[in-house]
Design a binder for this molecule. Structure first.
Ligand SMILES: [Fe+2]
Ligand SMILES: [Fe+2]
Length: 366
């Protein structure tokens, strides 16, 4: 529709008096697409079954009066946005207050001057058209934003997986480890009763748990034999290095990843590292990732060991409840086992592509 062309606008005239209808029709038929209803019921029926841009509504009609029609139009989501203009001989302050209070945009009293009537109708149609194009534009912007957000999220997830995979390449773990772990974390958090946002955050942040290993020298990370005390201390520093890599940015995702990197080797009884935190001192994210990380390490095939059967790995997790792991999380893990097994079935290990001289000393604890 061109800027000032309203000939396609659909205007419904509602009036029980033929003479009034005739006056409006002859005044407006050149300019708009008109339809007519001679009572309230057929006005409502017409408004529900035809698209309309404006309703000119009489007040005094037999049966359902104009006020009732207006109030029904406004309370129905299908018709509430159609502007209603009362055109009536009843023009007292009380009438106008009632009509406008019911949601009408205007109240024109008879007798009216045609020039004024036309100008006011034109103004309301102009506003209605502007509103419609605004709604349309908002919808398309909304779609655009949602699409971009989805793309951004997908890219974010992909970058996280690839970055985490780069770290795992240097280690004995497989690319699928981080994927399984992140899915385990989500279902475990859900089983614990965490909200959707927390579950999603854990899902996204947990793959970065071992990112600090990038700062561990090959001679230690890849050592084919037990580590001495000094080497073990350096190896354990992957937690602090990870937290350092992830420091300096306070987005929820990076903050969660930092907490996980730093605390995923803490133990419930305080015997973990790097800080020897115990019980609730260990952030929830760290406690959750700890269970999932160990479970996946136990059940995974590594170059130096077979994967444990699920029931044996679960027994081991249960046996460590209250020492290594938070008992409540072990309980939630038990409940989430069907989903955990499903994730394992869907995310098999690819043939191992990491280093070929792994250090078996970290099969479970890394
Ligand atoms: Fe891991
Ligand atoms: Fe680790």
């Amino acid at each position: 529709m061109k800027a000032e062309d309203y000939s396609q606008c659909r205007v419904l005239i509602v009036d029980d008096e033929a003479i009034n209808v005739d006056i409006l029709v002859s005044a407006l038929q050149q300019d708009y697409n008109l339809s007519i209803a001679l009572n309230g019921q057929s006005a409502l029926f017409h408004a529900k079954s035809h698209p309309l841009d404006l309703i000119l509504l009489d007040v005094a009609m037999p049966g359902m009066d104009g006020y009732e029609v207006c109030s029904r139009l406004k309370s129905d989501v299908a018709t509430s946005s159609i502007p209603v203009v009362f055109v009536s001989a009843m023009g007292s302050l009380g009438d106008k207050t009632k009509g406008l209070g019911l949601g009408a945009v205007d109240f024109i009293t008879k007798p009216y001057q045609l020039v004024e009537l036309k100008a006011r109708i034109r103004t309301h149609l102009r506003m209605q058209q502007a509103m419609k194009s605004l709604v349309k534009r908002n919808r398309s912007l909304d779609r655009c934003v949602r699409e971009h957000t989805r793309e951004l999220r997908e890219t974010q997830v992909e970058i996280i997986y690839r970055l985490s995979r780069a770290v795992e390449y240097r280690d004995t773990e497989t690319a699928m480890h981080v994927k399984r772990l992140s899915h385990f974390c989500r279902v475990l958090a859900f089983s614990l009763g965490c909200d959707e946002e927390t579950c999603e955050l854990l899902h996204l942040a947990s793959p970065m748990h071992d990112i600090g290993k990038i700062g561990i020298p090959d001679r230690i990370l890849l050592k084919n034999g037990p580590l001495d005390d000094e080497e073990r201390t350096i190896m354990q520093s992957h937690t602090i290095k990870g937290a350092e890599i992830l420091s300096g940015h306070d987005s929820a995702l990076i903050t969660a990843a930092r907490v996980i990197a730093l605390t995923h080797h803490e133990r419930w009884d305080g015997s973990g590292y790097p800080r020897g935190l115990s019980r609730d001192e260990i952030p929830l994210y760290g406690r959750i990732v700890s269970v999932c990380d160990v479970f996946d390490a136990l059940t995974s095939l590594r170059p130096y060991k077979k994967g444990w059967p699920v029931d044996e790995a679960v027994d081991e997790i249960r046996a460590c409840s209250g020492s290594h792991f938070d008992p409540q999380i072990v309980e939630a893990f038990d409940k989430a086992l069907p989903e955990v097994v499903e994730i394992m079935d869907n995310l098999h290990d690819e043939p191992h592509q990491g280093n070929s001289f792994p250090n078996p000393g970290f099969a479970v604890s890394a």
